[in-house]
Design a binder for this molecule. Structure first.
Ligand SMILES: *Cc1c(COP(=O)(O)O)cnc(C)c1O
Length: 386
């Protein structure tokens, strides 16, 4: 054979792989089929778009963690939310969405779902489950929750909503990014679809995007799978490997970061410049009882309300922080802060949090160092408020 042909054929069929701790990173769009008869038999994977060995290993691990029947992967957390909604909704349906939902999810509901004839209503997460489900219409197909809401931390009785919704044949879904599929397992509380941005705690290093949706039963698992097939989502095996690697240390990181976060939150509560701390795992928080009942640990994302002051003073506080980076996203090993108020303007049920809201994500730094950093920044805030 010619050199060109030999080059095309060379190195294509490795010996059986040595056994490593992690799965192989299997790259491939084309899958070579053994016989002509297998091309259309649907018995074997025929194409790489829906994932090969590496993605399958991650799906399997996530299904084990969430006790799910079928987990699908998406190129981002937002894509997991939009993909799961598109997989189960159709024109004429209505969905009820927690007013505290992740802002880009709200943007999708308002700009895309409505355009395709799906009605969108927002509900106050503080509404009792009986009232919330009672207000559902005959067209209501799904209730989308996020508990706690990732900006202002309101908790919901997700299990009770799921139970009441089921009796009315309404599906429930939960954005469980705070619970990371580990601290909280919505499917065990009767929720139909558990969705999370793996980008956050599972990835854990602020350097890769991915999302997952987990179905409570096999029929929902198939629906999610069909949704991915129809929409053409694909995630790379390298990214799937990174998520699987993150998953191995998820419990250890969450335990440490959760404890660090609680130490910082408890300290903040006693500072004179702080009007309120919103952290569901902090005793005295409005969501504490639900957190204690449903969660097996605390994540490290929470919010504080500063005593009232003008916006430039809040910016001065944030700019004075040295260990907390200013950045959206969270779940990595490093501490972050953002001001929240600009994101609250879209809300249908505005609430007085007691002052400007700042969201903190606590990483793996030593809490005493973070506390010292916050103390200096609070001094700057106090000066700026005057
Ligand atoms: C970040 C986030 C998402 C979206 O995840 P991406 O991977 O950034 O698209 C969804 N829900 C919540 C609560 C988030 O914090």
């Amino acid at each position: 054979m010619d050199d060109k042909t030999r080059l095309i054929r060379a190195g294509a069929a490795p010996e059986p792989l040595a056994r490593t701790v992690g799965p192989p990173i299997q790259r491939g769009s084309t899958v070579l089929m053994p016989y002509a008869g297998s091309l259309y038999s649907h018995a074997l994977p025929t194409y790489g778009r829906q994932g090969l060995a590496t993605q399958a290993a991650l799906q399997d691990a996530l299904a084990t963690m969430e006790h799910a029947h079928g987990v699908t992967l998406y190129p981002s957390g937002l894509a997991a939310l939009t993909g799961a909604l598109l997989a189960v909704l159709q024109a004429g349906d209505e969905i009820l969405v927690a007013d505290t939902i992740y802002a880009p999810t709200r943007r999708f509901c308002d700009h895309v779902l409505k355009r395709y004839g799906v009605g969108v209503e927002y509900f106050d997460p503080a509404a009792p489950p009986e009232q919330l489900v009672g207000e559902a219409s005959a067209a209501t197909r799904l209730i989308l929750m996020e508990s706690p809401g990732s900006l202002s931390m309101e908790m919901q009785d997700v299990g009770r909503v799921a139970e009441l919704a089921r009796a009315r044949r309404i599906l429930t879904a939960c954005d469980n990014t705070w619970g990371a599929g580990y601290l909280y397992r919505p499917l065990e509380h009767g929720v139909d679809l558990s969705i999370q941005a793996l980008t956050k705690y599972v990835g854990g290093h602020s350097d890769v995007f991915m999302g997952s949706a987990a179905g409570r039963d096999a029929a929902l698992g198939r629906k999610l799978n069909d949704g991915v097939l129809h929409m053409g989502w694909a995630v790379s095996p390298d990214d799937a490997y990174m998520m699987l690697r993150g998953l191995r240390t998820l419990p250890a990181r969450l335990a440490q970061q959760g404890a660090n976060g609680l130490a910082v939150a408890a300290w903040l509560k006693s500072q004179p410049e702080i009007a309120a701390v919103y952290h569901p795992a902090l005793p005295g928080d409005l969501g504490y009882d639900l957190w204690k009942r449903d969660f097996c640990g605390a994540a490290s994302l929470f919010s504080i309300a500063l005593k009232p002051g003008p916006e430039p003073a809040v910016d001065a506080f944030l700019d004075a922080l040295e260990l907390f980076g200013l950045g959206f996203s969270w779940g990595g090993f490093e501490s972050l802060a953002i001001s929240v108020d600009p994101q609250l303007k879209a809300r249908r049920f505005p609430k007085d949090y007691g002052g400007p809201l700042v969201r903190l994500h606590v990483g793996l730094e030593e809490p005493a160092d973070l506390i010292a950093d916050l103390r200096s920044a609070l001094d700057v805030y106090a000066d700026a408020v005057g």
